[in-house]
Write a protein that binds this ligand. Structure first.
Ligand SMILES: *[C@@H]1O[C@H](CO)[C@@H](O)[C@H](O)[C@H]1NC(C)=O
Ligand SMILES: *[C@@H]1O[C@H](CO)[C@@H](O)[C@H](O)[C@H]1NC(C)=O
Ligand SMILES: *[C@@H]1O[C@H](CO)[C@@H](O)[C@H](O)[C@H]1NC(C)=O
Length: 423
């Protein structure tokens, strides 16, 4: 908390600041009175209480922890502000100089959050800093990390500052440039927070005193934790034979401070390096703006970590992969895990069969294509089995079809063989 306003009430020297520079060196007695408690302390006591007091050629600097004993909450235009109010006395013989200094800082209650926007309300008339109601706001600047921004820079980052009758309202989109996301684990759930440190610089002039007062506040803001439950996306292609099939999995989405350490399978735990040595090709993938990551992996169905179950009566084989991803958040090395089960059901490949017989008038040819889609072309004699032909000769079953073709059909060919056939 820096000194925000200095009001000089009793000035016996031309330059009070000149006086301050000389004060301690020349043996002045310095006491600080805190308001509203009226506690009086000398410099040693002030320092023992955790405050820092110093004077430079142009300033009296008083620093205080935010929640120090002598600070108090004050509601200013509906916004709770934390206030430290002091009077510092410099005494020597008949000479007394008094410097009043008040610091006012926003509190976490000055901020409203939605999942998209951070809104920070600052009172425009910061009562504890003003000696009268008549004032003119000369300048309002916003900045980030103690660096002032111009209007183009603010627009490019989608920050906005609105000055209303009673408030200065700063709006920052969650995730905007200038802040950062951080991962957290609570009850093994994954959360992220977004932190940014906006600055406001205000300059106003009070009409009666005709004195400029500048106020500068750096205000670190962190959003409440936002739940980001990770998901496993399964991109496994199934249009391939089981020997070549692979599970293709993507786990995400995480902030960049998350690392994948290991994967626990029902039979063993493998580090990422061990997974890669086994051919699982674990890869970290970044979003185009380089703010998020996912972990991609390929596990062949043929690997022993994949559980296989043949269900002959259904003509299928089920492939199941159970895994627990072991992750950590850096730099604090907070471990967490995410478990997943994926499976794939593949039809057992049974080759189609063709059987035939004949009666007194017809050939009967049955094609049983079992569980395969009939991806083949049928030629009867020299003719393609087209729709018209099919209507005439073809009967379809569930997994087969039968062509019944009379001997008299032009597609039938009679040949004379030496050893006569039965038909
Ligand atoms: C600013 O906001 C606009 C509209 O909401 C959005 O399209 C754009 O991506 C934002 N720019 C940045 C830098 O976030
Ligand atoms: C107050 O600040 C404004 C803007 O910087 C400046 O133009 C003006 O001279 C200052 N007035 C006094 C009394 O210091
Ligand atoms: C696997 O990673 C987790 C981090 O989530 C860690 O706590 C655990 O000790 C690791 N297990 C082994 C066997 O390395």
């Amino acid at each position: 908390m820096a000194l925000n306003n200095v009001r000089l009430l009793t000035i016996l020297f031309n330059s009070c600041f000149h006086f301050l520079r000389q004060a301690v060196a020349s043996g002045y007695k310095m006491t600080v009175v805190f308001s509203p408690s009226k506690n009086v302390m000398n410099v040693d006591e002030v320092q023992r209480k955790g405050y820092a007091i110093a004077n430079t050629p142009t300033r009296l600097v008083l620093r205080s922890p935010h929640n120090a004993e002598e600070t108090y909450l004050q509601n200013v235009a509906g916004v709770p502000m934390r206030v430290l109010s002091t009077s510092t006395f410099f005494e020597q013989k008949w000479l007394v100089t008094r410097v009043d200094a008040t610091a006012v800082c926003p509190t976490p209650e000055a901020v409203a959050f939605t999942p998209e926007v951070i809104t920070w309300y600052m009172p425009k008339h910061i009562d504890p800093l003003f000696s009268s109601d008549a004032f003119t706001m000369l300048e309002v600047y916003m900045g980030i990390d103690a660096k002032r921004l111009d209007t183009e820079e603010m627009a490019a980052r989608n920050y906005s500052v609105l000055v209303t009758e009673a408030h200065i309202i700063v709006e920052i989109p969650v995730g905007a440039v200038g802040g950062y996301f951080k991962s957290h684990i609570q009850d093994d759930q994954y959360f992220v927070t977004y932190t940014i440190e906006p600055m406001l610089e205000l300059l106003w002039i009070e009409e009666v005193a005709h004195e400029n007062t500048s106020y500068k506040v750096l205000f670190p803001i962190t959003t409440p934790p936002m739940a980001r439950p990770p998901q496993v996306r399964n991109y496994t292609p199934l249009d391939t034979v089981p020997e070549q099939a692979v599970f293709v999995l993507e786990l995400g989405t995480f902030n960049l401070d998350v690392e994948l350490l290991n994967i626990t399978f029902p039979t063993m735990v493998l580090t990422v390096a061990e997974c890669n040595a086994r051919g699982f090709n674990v890869q970290e993938q970044r979003s185009p703006d380089n703010t998020l990551k996912t972990f991609r992996m390929e596990v062949p169905f043929s690997d022993p970590v994949v559980f296989k179950e043949r269900r002959a009566e259904q003509g299928v084989t089920t492939f199941t992969l159970q895994l627990i991803y072991g992750l950590v958040i850096f730099p604090e090395y907070a471990p967490f895990s995410h478990s997943a089960v994926v499976d794939a059901v593949l039809l057992d490949i049974v080759p189609p069969s063709v059987t035939g017989n004949c009666d007194q008038e017809n050939f009967h040819i049955t094609v049983d294509y079992r569980n395969q889609e009939p991806f083949f072309v049928v030629l009867v004699g020299k003719r393609l089995l087209n729709h018209e032909f099919a209507q005439q000769y073809l009967t379809e079953g569930d997994t087969d079809f039968t062509i019944t073709l009379p001997f008299s059909s032009p597609d039938a060919v009679f040949e004379v063989r030496r050893s006569p056939k039965t038909c």
